[in-house]
Design a protein. Sequence first.
Length: 567
Amino acid sequence: MVADPEECDMEELTNLKDIPNSLAVFCLATYGEGDPTDNAMEFYEWLQNGDTDLTGLNYAVFGLGNKTYEHYNEVAKYVDKRLDELGATRVYELGLGDDDANIEDDFITWKDKFWPAVCEFFDIEATGEDVSVRQYRLTEHPDVPNDRIYSGEVARLHSLRNQRAPFDAKNPFLAAIKVNRELHKSGDRSCMHIEFDIEGSRMRYETGDHLAIYPINNEELVNKLGELLNVDLDTIITLTNTDEESNKKHPFPCPCSYRTALTHYLDITSNPRTHILKELIEYTKDPQEQEKLRSMASTTPEGKQLYNQWIIQDNRNIVHILEDLRSCKPALDHLCELLPRLQARYYSISSSPKVYPTTVHITAVLVLYETPTSRINKGVATSWLATKQPSKSEIPITTPIYIRRSQFRLPTRPQTPIIMIGPGTGLAPFRGFIQERDQFKEEGKRIGDTVLFFGCRKKAEDFIYEEELNEYVKKGVLTMHVAFSRDQAHKVYVTHLLEDNMDEIWRVIGENNGHLYVCGDARNMARDVHNIVLKVVQQKGGMTESQALAYVKKMEAQKRYSADVWS
């Protein structure tokens, strides 16, 4: 049985010891500062705070993480260790998946050794067969009016009817967009400032939190899928789980049309994992195309290389694959079963509730690029948001949202000095931080040094919120250092400015016990900043390398060094 930890009473794990040959496998992701996902939070806290005797529970854990983040697979490592401490029996070693490389390959490698270990543990014989079994049964509803189904299903997804607090991932609030304006002054790129109205919703947010937005897929892509598979997308269907004991009866609210499933619920723009390619083989007539799919779905070095080039590097989604493998015509209901769910997109909130209690602001770069196969790929959420212009519509333009809590927080004392490092849209949460500091100053409270290191390409092109920031500098709220990477012959980045201002950084974090924040790219920028901070602590603090490492680790433990980064 596949289950969501959020929907399970974890106390029931103690009952598994009474069931012969029982095994619990935990697949757990890590995000942020080593935090569990929202749906695993309750289970994680139960493990942390409880001392339940789990003797007799047989388990295995596979983690989903990303090595560009400091707290790589922290949740899976903790759960694996904690279950052992509580008396459970580890059937097979902890598996760690790295999404910065090929997480599915990591899983398959782990799984290939996991099953023989399970068979040996329970003293059962492996068949050696890899059988593909459909999880859902299709029912079509030719006599049900489409309009009635459509309104019902969207109501369940977006809570369009009977909007009731509290609002969360399963019950998002339909917020009206009040403002959607362009921040870039020129150039061929776009960055949007968007304000969502949350008045009357009883939603609360804190400076540094994230806003989750449920987008919808591009209409052209959805229609293209219908054309390629020669399917009427307005056909009403129900997919029902063949495992009657599972608590997940349907992959998405049913009955619904194929069109709504592909528009609102399914991810049709990401690079398909190899298990999807494997299932496509049976629907492919051309032997050469069959062999190509078979190779990419395999674990051979040649197959992995082909998958990496043809799917990952060439950036093909399911529509592109079906366009390029013309003899591949999968059953659309099977595709609906295979494709992952369309996930909410998260954005750092770029406003302070002390200044804007009834609106939430985000800062988002429009994702639009050409792939190596000369196709134009569009960001699911940002390209959809770009079309939502309230000034051009008399009817309120609404979007389903909810707030995700963050550990990215200002110091509790306004007089504590802070350094904020955020190139590009990494500035977003710091806009809220600065607003909050300004509010404290307006109220007559003393505020500590508020130092911003910001970077962009060109001052005249993409210096976002320039006028606002300059006003804060004039008011004495903000000290600002800005790098314009392309305004001179040699490139100047935020990291260069940090090295030029090491004395100021040490004064804040070393002499005055201040806080340091980083927001933006995890792979390069955040890592470079971390190395520079270590350098500052060594050189200006007079410490050895090991002492500097310990000092920065202590800062992180005290929440004086915080990162809100993405890969």
